[in-house]
Design a protein around this ligand. Structure first.
Ligand code: NAP
Length: 314
């Protein structure tokens, strides 16, 4: 039997956006709860080392996550871990009902969705095992670790082609592995790809496994040509997977404006088209998805939520 509890603000997701929103909401003395299915940290926990968060030239992802969490707790935010949210509904009285997998119902007039997104995985042996140890889903975050290396990128869309080009700033050689014989990436990106001597495309090919060395780091990939069935081994110390990214927005039951990929559209206050529902971080339609932008979004969302609540009280 689930429980029911009342708050001022419910934050769905404890990545950098959610933890920052929690810090600001807590500081504003709002009764704040953070719901997280797993351990707080979000994408930070997928990232071995972070070198682009101001003030930290080099910090491990789990360490920064812990600091974000401790800081939010210090200002009084309550955390409910293991509480996977299954639905967010707005009642006729303007109060949101947030339901969790355990059947709990949490109620608040303001909800900040910071549920992040999920990169589509290849689902091949070794991929999860070597995530953060050579396998990555973020070129900006991890590219610098591959200076002078030979690495591979999987995908044939804009993301894979654009990030292959970006990764040649660091890597000596980038193999772009695509399962078909033509790319779906836009013409301009394909032109850039062709003009880059460090990139070689491996057509009609899929990665069948990621192989590690005795240090537990990626050192090779097993490949299969989908037309001939021929198998081979490719020496590479990194594998960047760009085969799509899905925002975790399915929990919001009402219609909320979003872009063609499902990212929630907000105004400058991070408010969605549904009054009282705010979105911050990777769920939000925006130019880039970095720890810094997530923290900024979370700040704005919490401050805007406080103003929304004050206006509601009249
Ligand atoms: P996408 O356009 O959906 O492309 C995904 C690519 O991954 C496709 O080439 C697909 O192959 C391949 N793929 C899918 N599943 C696979 C699997 N299991 N194994 C191997 N390959 C697989 O995704 P995206 O590149 O992330 O782009 C998403 C959206 O963001 C697009 O609308 C894109 O235009 C936009 N975007 C734009 C820019 C830009 O304009 N600079 C940059 C990044 C993203 P097939 O082609 O065979 O289906």
């Amino acid at each position: 039997m689930g429980t029911t509890a009342e708050y001022d603000v419910i934050i769905v997701g404890a990545g950098p956006a959610g933890l920052t929103a929690a810090l600001y909401a807590g500081r504003s003395m709002l009764r704040t709860v953070v719901l997280e299915a797993g351990v707080p940290g979000g994408e930070l926990l997928r990232t071995e080392t972070i070198e682009d968060y101001p003030g930290f030239e080099h910090i491990e992802g789990w360490d920064l996550a812990q600091r974000f969490e401790n800081h939010a707790r210090k200002f009084g935010a309550e955390f409910r871990n293991g509480g996977r949210v299954t639905a967010v509904r707005k009642g006729d009285d303007g109060i949101f009902d947030v339901e969790t997998e355990e059947g709990d119902h949490l109620r608040a007039p303001a909800v900040i969705v910071t549920a992040g997104g999920t990169p589509v995985l290849l689902n091949v042996p070794g991929e999860t095992e070597y995530a953060g140890k050579g396998v990555s889903y973020c070129a900006i975050c991890d590219g610098a670790f591959f200076k002078g290396h030979t690495i591979a990128v999987v995908g044939g869309g804009d993301a894979a082609v654009e990030e292959s080009d970006f990764l040649t700033r660091y890597a000596e050689k980038v193999y772009l592995i695509h399962r078909r014989d033509e790319l779906r990436a836009s013409g301009i990106l394909q032109q850039r790809l062709k003009a880059n001597p460090k990139i070689e495309v491996i057509w009609d090919t899929v990665v069948t496994s990621v192989e590690g060395d005795e240090k537990g780091l990626v050192h090779a990939l097993r490949l299969r040509n989908v037309k001939t069935g021929a198998e081979r081994c490719l020496d590479a110390t990194g594998l960047f997977v760009f085969i799509g990214f899905r925002p975790n927005t399915g929990i919001v039951e009402a219609h909320v404006d979003h872009d063609e990929l499902g990212y929630l559209r907000t105004d400058i206050n991070m408010q969605t088209s549904l009054g009282g529902l705010f979105a911050a971080g990777d769920v939000r339609a925006q130019l880039t998805r970095q720890v810094t932008t997530a923290a900024g979004d979370g700040t704005t969302a919490a401050i805007a939520a406080e103003k929304y609540l004050a206006a509601r009280r009249g």
